[in-house]
Design a protein around this ligand. Structure first.
Ligand code: SF4
Ligand code: SF4
Ligand code: FES
Length: 225
């Protein structure tokens, strides 16, 4: 595979043909936030949180699915990029229930840690919350779609890794959601209980059914000031 030379944040780096901007950045110790991306899954560019600035391109590009090209000049943390990431997060939080204090995955939630890194607080936009009842019919997977960011990781993980096709997307626009069949609760007949979708869900939307008050997994939040 031939080498490709490019510049990221003013430093010349090289990658291999076929690599994405995100992969080259990661190889060079540059941290770009991601939500819908996973190295194990087909990239779909759904969330846009990984956007970067590429010289000559009018629009910001998704780094997780854009292949590198020779002589590319990329900025991963320019003011324009950081502002775009903040707006994307604020839009996600605009419809999110915001019950992080009570969430079982709070300490391992990607959405929450990216928001902390980017210092995103209350959205500057008018809020329109999307509430769905918690689905706890399945003994294996509890679904709280109020916390879903529509990253499709559960859909892809179930298809590509678990080799099942339990999930799909349904409805349009603001009403879009991850559904099972014709939007019926997930039940144990269709699910293999592998737990793979829970592992890949970057938020608290998918969890193992647990009892209230059980200790949360992951690193506890430490407030320094
Ligand atoms: S537990 Fe496994 S089979 Fe069931 S929905 Fe999740 S990924 Fe699919
Ligand atoms: S349930 Fe989780 S993994 Fe599935 S689309 Fe929503 S946030 Fe992504
Ligand atoms: S992580 Fe790249 S578009 Fe979601």
């Amino acid at each position: 595979m031939s080498k490709v030379k490019l510049t990221i944040n003013g430093t010349q780096v090289s990658g291999r043909e076929g690599m994405t901007i995100l992969e080259v950045a990661q190889e060079n110790g540059i941290d770009i936030p991601t939500l819908c991306y996973s190295p194990d899954l087909r990239p779909i560019g759904a969330c846009r949180i990984c956007v970067v600035e590429v010289e000559g391109s009018r629009l910001l590009v998704g780094s997780c699915h854009t292949p590198i090209a020779p002589e590319m000049v990329i900025q991963t943390h320019s003011p324009r990029v950081l502002e775009a990431r903040k707006v994307i997060l604020e839009l996600l939080f605009g419809s999110h229930c915001g019950s992080c204090m009570l969430c079982n995955k709070a300490n391992v939630c990607n959405l929450r840690s990216i928001a902390a890194d980017l210092e995103v607080g209350l959205p500057r936009f008018q809020l329109r919350k999307r509430f769905h009842p918690i689905e706890d019919v399945s003994p294996y997977v509890q679904r709280d779609l109020t916390k879903c960011v529509l990253c499709w990781r559960c859909i892809r993980a179930c298809q590509e890794i678990a080799k099942q096709s339990v999930y799909a997307t349904g409805y349009r626009g603001f009403d879009s959601k991850v559904i099972v069949d014709c939007d019926v609760p997930l039940d144990k007949e269709v699910c293999r209980d592998c737990g793979i979708c829970i592992t890949y869900c970057p938020t608290g939307a998918l969890t193992r059914p647990t009892k209230l008050g059980k200790e949360k997994p992951g690193k506890s939040l430490v407030i320094t000031k």
